[in-house]
Design a protein around this ligand. Sequence first.
Ligand code: HOZ
Length: 432
Amino acid sequence: MPNNRDQSKKLYDLALQYIPGGVNSPVRAFKGVGGNPLFFQAGEGAFLIDSDGNRYVDYVGAWGPLILGHCHEKVIAALSKQLERGLGYGASTEAEVEIAKRICELVPSVEKVRLVTSGTEATMSAIRLARGYTGRDLVVKFEGCYHGHVDGLLVKAGSGALTLGEPDSLGVPKAYTDLTHVLSFNDSAAVQEFFTQHGDDVACVIVEPIAGNMNCVPPEAEFLQTLRQVCTDNGSVLIFDEVMTGFRVALGGAQSVYGVTPDLTTLGKVIGGGLPVGAFGGKREIMDCIAPSGAVYQAGTLSGSPLAVAAGLAMLEAISEPGFYDDLSARTTRLLDGLNERAAAAGVPFTTNQVGGMFGCFFSNEEHISRFDQVMQCNMNHFQTYFHQMLNNGVYLAPSAYEAGFVSSAHGETEIQLTLDAAEKAFSTLSS
Ligand code: HOZ
């Protein structure tokens, strides 16, 4: 049972002296749950091990990429092989062509793809491309969706921005955010109304097809189809931000689950096997506007990093095994069924969302959560208590009520049972 966290505390105190807020990304700071952040020294399958040696079943999975768990043997072997050949060349490689081809085969809407180094870079570049292609400036996004820390997209953003209560950021010129129009996720009528008035000005609509930065909120029937229709009718580019959902909810991403084809897709996380990577791709006609074939400039010293590509290729091979996603989905369902049963038994208002190996837990009386305002009405005190109870009983959840959870293929029966036992204790605290 984890209890001694002295080393994490010491490291946090030291980090506060040298790193702003003591962390290299805000959501890690435990501001949404209180207390001090944990510092980790290792990952092993479904487990994370903190600097004091405590073990936790990990449902963060490095915020999504670790779909095979920590240190999967195939990923480690591919990395070891590449380490002997060099860390980076700043030039083209055979492996980057191989991964580009594989991505295009697995996600048919992607006819050409460019590799970058982070999800933020992918969305930033996709927006620039959409503007260059259409010759228009206006971008439509959705409240609670987060597309990295791109200036013009830090408007009513989710993830760490929402956790800190700062969904808009200082330092972003008003001239940028004036070009971003925010609508409500899952509100098809508002989308249609906006396009009736301003459709001719819209360069692109960018959306997380399954919102994963305001907890986990799947699209309602027709929402994504509506986005597709208005973009087609108005000559706007539809961008699916699948940095989180790509290769996570299905081999073909959320677009294959819902049968809606975007013009551009942004990717990241899983395609780098846990190393820094991002990608954006889509229709050949649009992608050919990127330099050097076109006049929309985009570049990167580390783009197509041989290490990230090696890890990504190994990952894509492992997750392409027949039955991989059915199995992952079944494990996730088993976890959520168990959580729902235990919450109900303890009389705690609680509900869950799931798409494949991605899930959300909500302390709410509502049966189904599909809107941002419902997420915001959830019982935050319950979440905070639950988070710390789970931590004390060996389960590491995202330290924010606005993040999705992730199950990996390393989460077996033992890990799920350990989680359910911890949850039973946590729910009993909430009901007393
Ligand atoms: N929701 C974020 C990833 N999409 C969490 C990671 C971070 O901001 O550090």
